[in-house]
Design a protein around this ligand. Structure first.
Ligand code: ZN
Length: 293
């Protein structure tokens, strides 16, 4: 009987030990901005300062009504939507907790920025459609991969804003970028201003500026070509040294490349160049990332 009691107590102690060492994966906080708070974030001028005439026209706004349009776009989150976003973010936290900020902030909008998720300040701006889709997935208790990766991508943009020096190290010391404030107006007059990469002064190998420029017949802000500006001409990214190095022709700003690579890293798939090799820039990105931890 004494032997049995001893074994029983040992098992209880062992289970208590295990219970205490199991980590509880949860983000530090998930904030949902109310209308007034969201308005003060969306109207920060750092973004609009760079707008050109096409930026206004293709967003169907003017210099005079821009803040009014953004204010009207802000929506309140429903309880169900908050639960669904907490659900997906809590699932992500176990993967990314050592790499990305664990404080999340969300703003819900309707009909701005062509319905594309993006970031402003420390907040991720999500269109209503994107949030509704997460709600539907939660009903089926199925974590959506696309939405998870998009949230990782956007949280990287928040991280970039909070730690510019960390990313400058990646861009300069691993990726052959240099930074310059001197940008010719030719390179930017058709540039699509991107809230996630407002500083476009990143030159690849000292001479090529990757930019996303509006097509001649653009109808929306989605109608762009990603090109390399060499000071005179817009060069195609396809088959360039730049594409070979980064493994894609859809990389028009180092902030976008790094956000995309975080998606790859956590999505557990690899960037391939045309001949099936892992892109050199992605290999270097992993070295940079692992040197942080
Ligand atoms: Zn992005």
């Amino acid at each position: 009987m004494i032997g049995f009691t001893f074994i029983f107590i040992s098992i209880v102690i062992f289970l208590l030990f295990i219970w205490n060492t199991v980590e509880n994966f949860e983000p530090d906080s998930v904030l949902f901005m109310k209308k007034t708070e969201a308005y003060s974030v969306l109207t920060q001028v750092d973004y609009f300062r760079n707008f050109n005439s096409l930026d206004y026209k293709l967003r169907n706004i003017t210099k005079h009504n821009v803040f009014d349009v953004y204010r009207k776009s802000i929506q309140d989150f429903t309880r169900e939507e908050k639960q669904a976003i907490r659900w997906i973010v809590t699932n992500l936290d176990s993967k990314i907790r050592d790499y990305l900020p664990r404080r999340w902030c969300f703003i819900k909008t309707l009909n701005i920025e062509a319905g594309m998720p993006h970031t402003r300040g420390n907040c991720i701006v999500l269109p209503t459609q994107f949030i509704s889709e997460i709600v539907e997935y939660k009903k089926r208790n199925k974590i959506p991969e696309y939405h998870s990766l998009t949230l990782i991508h956007e949280q990287v943009h928040v991280y970039q804003r909070q730690n510019p020096q960390l990313f400058e190290d990646l861009y300069i010391n691993y990726w052959n970028f240099t930074h310059s404030q001197n940008i010719s107006t030719n390179s930017i007059y058709r540039n699509r201003t991107n809230p996630d990469g407002t500083d476009i002064g990143w030159y690849y190998r000292g001479k090529l500026l990757p930019v996303s420029i509006y097509k001649a017949n653009a109808k929306t802000i989605k109608d762009v070509d990603n090109v390399l500006f060499d000071g005179l001409n817009y060069l195609t990214i396809q088959n360039s040294d730049y594409q070979n190095f980064f493994g894609s022709d859809n990389n028009y700003h180092p902030n976008e490349i790094s956000a995309h690579y975080f998606e790859k890293y956590f999505g557990n798939y690899f960037s391939k160049t045309g001949n099936g090799k892992t892109a050199e820039a992605y290999r270097k990105f992993k070295i940079w990332l692992n040197s942080q931890n």
